[in-house]
Design a binder for this molecule. Structure first.
Ligand code: D8Q
Length: 117
């Protein structure tokens, strides 16, 4: 059967969900390591190890500039934040633990919202 054409309405709904999800992430008590770009000048080795830095403020900027076409593109960047964190930080560290808690929170939130699509 013919696939339902994605109407622009759909992506604007999805982008509204992205803004809600991002607000939830930023409001989380464990968000502090991820709110702004890692200052590679004060974090030795970061720029060498992490090829694609990402943080919540950069995601907000991209959302504001319409750089996400849909929920999927947005989720890719959020997961990049957590993957970078796991790569650079020990699991048993303040920031490493915050990353795992934030990823668990995010996975729960967007799967809850997914049921509406
Ligand atoms: C996500 N992340 C954050 C930091 C950091 O120092 N953030 C500033 C907190 N005020 C260092 C390494 C890292 O992977």
């Amino acid at each position: 059967c013919a696939k339902k054409a994605k109407t622009p309405k759909d992506s604007s709904n999805e982008l509204a969900v992205c803004r809600v999800l991002l607000a939830d992430l930023e409001a989380h008590q464990d968000a502090w390591p991820f709110l702004s770009p890692v200052q590679h000048k004060s974090v030795p080795g970061y720029r060498k190890v992490i090829k694609k830095p990402m943080d919540f403020s950069t995601i907000k900027e991209k959302l504001t500039n319409n750089l996400y076409l849909n929920l999927e593109n947005f989720i890719v960047d959020v997961n990049l934040v957590f993957d970078n964190c796991q790569r650079f930080n020990e699991d048993d560290s303040e920031i490493g633990r915050a990353g795992h808690r934030m990823r668990r929170f995010f996975d729960k939130r967007w799967t809850e919202l997914l049921q509406f699509f």
